[in-house]
Ligand binder design. Structure first.
Ligand code: TYD
Ligand code: MG
Length: 400
């Protein structure tokens, strides 16, 4: 047992070596108090690790790890071919996006394929979890649920019994009693992640950590966790409604920038194999104002549809309603059309929209936006089966 004196902010849990009047992180005054912490648990876990060995790189005979499939081809793809045993995967995302649903489906599929899984929830009751599991059909003899916020119970469980997959939902809701800070504080999140990922490496257990991020990017966001884990995935609602994207921000076993596309249904989350189908209407490119282009999400190109509606304004100044595109860039394209092509757009309202609710930040679609506007203005249809791509310069030229 080693004792250490630290100073802790009672509001956000940030630790300091010296006392100070104001917390640098949460900005509160007079919230920093003295604490004595004992640091015995750290040594216990570290001792589980086998000592390092010196290997010759050419003859070490280490093979690439066998990967475990998640039951979602989209998720396997973004992970680089499935889950690597012993790796720690952080899934971040706002509340209600579907993290618990996706993970319950993933572990249920893994459990049916013979993995022994323990799912720790610090947020929901067993009834809530059972209800969700029943809704998505996640029943398996190999799947165990633990509803508890004290993480030591999970640690002793995985030390005693053989498990190959562990879920902690969420890392903000659980705590280590040895640290005297509250669940969700910096020190708790950091220490729990360290302890769990070391345990996972030593016992070859794959760990999924759920991390909340709030809209304000608030205090115990999982940002700094990214250094401590092997894979960082972000679950986002790129489109308005049922579609979800998973982006890879970090992957020690694959490439970053990949995205997976999913759909939230009544019976849980489903893979979307051909995203182009989602983001095009059946009549795309077949009426005035509708243009098909290609967007790049991660490393993956897919077809998108841009729609524009241009009509004479009845106001003293024209309306500009832009959805899914950068406003300033679209205004620039309108100015180029007015100045270089002589379209009197300042007397017209312009509505421009990316179908499917996608948000695009891609200069190569400039020309598609311009053509959609011209197509609506002139009431002309673009030649069938055409994809329009190109970045515009201020002089109205298409960049090489
Ligand atoms: P949840 O997985 O609890 O989100 P998170 O863990 O990220 O906070 O799911 C949130 C939403 O998903 C909730 O509003 C209900 C909805 N949902 C479905 O639409 N279909 C389903 O099959 C399930 C289980 C949930
Ligand atoms: Mg949840």
């Amino acid at each position: 047992m080693k004792e250490k004196q630290i100073f802790v902010c009672t509001e956000c849990g940030t630790e300091y070596y010296k006392w100070q009047g104001k917390c640098d992180i949460c900005g509160n005054w007079n919230t920093i108090v003295e604490r004595i912490i004992t640091t015995s648990s750290k040594n216990k876990v570290s001792s589980l690790r086998s000592p390092g060995k010196l290997l010759k790189l050419v003859s070490s005979g280490i093979k690439p790890p066998e990967r475990i499939n998640t039951g979602f081809s989209e998720l396997d793809r973004v992970l680089g071919g499935g889950v690597v045993p012993g790796s720690t995967i952080l899934i971040g995302g706002p509340p209600g996006i579907g993290k618990s649903t996706l993970l319950m489906q993933v572990v249920s599929s893994m459990a049916s394929n013979g993995q022994r899984v323990i799912y720790l929830s610090g947020e929901e009751s067993p009834e809530q979890i059972m209800l969700r599991a029943a809704r998505i059909g996640a029943i398996s003899d190999n799947l165990f649920i633990l509803t508890e916020t004290d993480i030591t119970q999970l640690i002793s469980e995985i030390e005693q019994e053989e498990y190959s997959v562990v879920v902690i939902d969420s890392v903000q809701s659980v705590y280590l009693p040895e640290l005297e800070t509250a669940a969700g504080s910096y020190s708790q999140i950091k220490e729990i992640t360290r302890v769990i990922s070391e345990l996972a490496k030593s016992k070859n257990i794959s760990v999924f950590l759920v991390g909340h991020i709030t809209k304000e990017g608030a205090i115990a966001g999982p940002k700094f966790l990214e250094h401590m884990v092997d894979v960082v995935l972000y679950f986002e609602e790129e489109t308005d409604g049922e579609y979800r994207l998973i982006r890879v921000f970090k992957n020690r076993y694959g490439v970053v920038g990949e995205i997976g596309v999913f759909r939230m249904t009544d019976a849980g989350i489903k893979d979307v194999h051909n995203p182009s189908e989602v983001f095009l209407t059946p009549g795309a490119g077949k009426s005035p104002g509708s243009v098909v282009s290609v967007g790049l999400e991660g490393l993956r190109p897919f077809l998108i549809e841009i729609q524009a509606l241009v009509s004479p304004t009845t106001y003293s100044y024209p309306q500009r309603v832009i959805r899914g595109l950068e406003l300033k860039r679209t205004l620039l394209i309108l100015a180029i059309l007015e100045k270089r092509c002589g379209l009197p757009l300042s007397r017209y309202d312009c509505f421009v929209n990316v179908v499917g609710g996608l948000k695009l930040d891609e200069p190569a679609i400039d020309l598609a936006v311009a053509i959609a506007i011209v197509s609506s203005f002139r009431e002309l249809v673009v030649v069938d089966n055409t994809i329009i791509l190109g970045e515009l310069s201020l002089t109205g030229e298409i960049k090489s």
